[in-house]
Design a protein around this ligand. Structure first.
Ligand SMILES: [Mg+2]
Length: 117
């Protein structure tokens, strides 16, 4: 089964995503709490898929996505979005984001997006 790295500054979001993905058989290989840690863990763990929150301290999800795609153009990054982030979503598309999942999480939508990666 595929390995997933979860990048999100919200402990609750990380736990909900982990629960949904583990129930579906995915292996969570790491969690990171900001975009810089997310990039570092991406390089260290080389996961199949990254879930990337957008609004985070230190380095946001857009800048982290940019670093990840520069390091590996084939990286599969699923952006986690909240209401009112259309502009950020368009930026993420340009940078090569693979999929989008909206918060609050709907299990089926999460699994659909991850499954398409
Ligand atoms: Mg956040």
């Amino acid at each position: 089964m595929k390995n997933v790295l979860i990048v999100d500054d919200s402990r609750t979001s990380r736990r909900v995503l982990r629960d949904i993905l583990e129930r579906a058989g995915y292996s969570i290989v790491g969690e990171a709490v900001n975009g810089q840690e997310g990039f570092d863990e991406f390089v260290r763990l080389n996961p199949d898929i990254v879930t990337m929150d957008i609004t985070m301290p230190v380095l946001d999800g857009i800048d982290s996505l940019r670093l990840i795609k520069k390091a590996n153009a084939d990286a599969k990054v699923v952006m986690i979005t909240a209401a009112g982030q259309k502009h950020k979503m368009m930026e993420a598309v340009k940078l090569g984001a693979t999929e989008f999942v909206a918060k609050p999480f709907v299990e089926e939508a999460v699994l659909d997006a991850i499954g398409r990666c």
